[in-house]
Write a protein that binds this ligand. Structure first.
Ligand SMILES: Nc1ncnc2c1ncn2[C@@H]1O[C@H](COP(=O)(O)OP(=O)(O)OP(=O)(O)O)[C@@H](O)[C@H]1O
Length: 269
């Protein structure tokens, strides 16, 4: 921390009413500050409210209590400074790579020539040159997510919200995408909020790791990552460093503690 505070989440609570009328408390009283240009990773057990938190920041869902402020202004819906990358890519299946990447620009009324030019530059940035006229169904999962990232970046967001973006690709592709994302972020700083199930990914990418606990989703701890940047040029060396090993081991311990804390200590009855 120590940078300029950009996103403030205050007392955020969100519950859902299931189809059977039961209430699920997805988030309870979440407070979180995120600095401008920070890379924040969020880690926590399945169902602890990570996606709910991200969607609330994106302005895609309403919440019950609390506030989300960006540069001091309350979030009331989606905004041009925020872009989201989804786990399942969420591309337009009938549109070409070029049109998928240019989609957000089109929504903003930017004409074909400028749109295509900007889309082509981003397609090159994510390593997909030559695939402009392909459709998502013709691409691998990793390539589709490159399109998802290029699409999100096309509108030049100040905040990139990523919901487990590399969860649906194989390990090798995941590694390449991690390196590419780091390298893009090193060149073009923005605030990134990145959800993952992988402790290693959370540490490799993040400036801080937010650990969330389950039901209702709350922030259990925020762990700073003391690794130097830039990291993209030698990810292997980063992973062999004692700081990396230490912080990852610490997260394992904390997650194990959280798991034990939630286990009933004796059998009822
Ligand atoms: N639209 C909805 N209607 C009812 N319940 C919901 C809805 N969306 C989420 N929930 C519930 O809210 C809780 C938090 O869900 P959320 O998707 O935010 O968790 P998550 O941490 O992102 O999970 P995962 O890691 O598995 O993606 C879960 O118990 C989920 O079942």
């Amino acid at each position: 921390m120590g940078g300029v505070r950009m996103i403030q989440i205050r007392g955020l609570s969100k519950s859902f009413v299931g189809q059977d009328g039961s209430v699920v408390h997805a988030l309870r009283d979440v407070d979180l500050d995120i600095d401008e240009n920070e890379f924040l990773t969020i880690l926590g057990p399945s169902g602890c409210g990570k996606t709910t938190l991200l969607k609330a920041v994106a302005g895609l869902i309403p919440w019950n209590d609390g506030d989300i402020l960006i540069d001091g202004s309350a979030v009331r819906g989606p905004g041009p400074e925020r872009s989201m990358v989804f786990q399942n890519f969420a591309l337009l299946p009938w549109a070409t790579v070029l049109d998928n990447v240019g989609f957000g620009l089109r929504m903003r009324g930017i004409g074909r020539a400028e749109r295509d030019e900007r889309a082509r530059a981003l397609i090159e940035m994510v390593g997909l040159s030559g695939f402009e006229t392909k459709r998502p169904g013709e691409l691998s999962g990793g390539m589709q997510q490159r399109v998802g990232i290029a699409r999100a970046l096309a509108v030049e967001p100040r905040v990139l919200l990523m919901d487990e973006p590399f969860g649906a690709v194989d390990e090798q592709t995941r590694r390449l995408l991690q390196e590419e994302l780091l390298s893009i972020w090193e060149r073009r700083r923005m605030t990134v909020v990145f959800i993952t199930h992988s402790m290693e990914e959370a540490v490799l990418l993040g400036d801080r790791v937010v650990l969330m606990s389950a039901r209702p989703g709350q922030i259990a701890e925020i762990v700073p990552v003391p690794l130097p940047r830039p990291r993209s040029s030698d990810v292997g060396a980063i992973e062999r460093s004692s700081d990396y090993v230490e912080v990852t081991a610490y997260l394992w311990d904390r997650l194990r503690d959280m798991h034990t804390e939630h286990r009933p200590s004796k059998v009822a009855g």
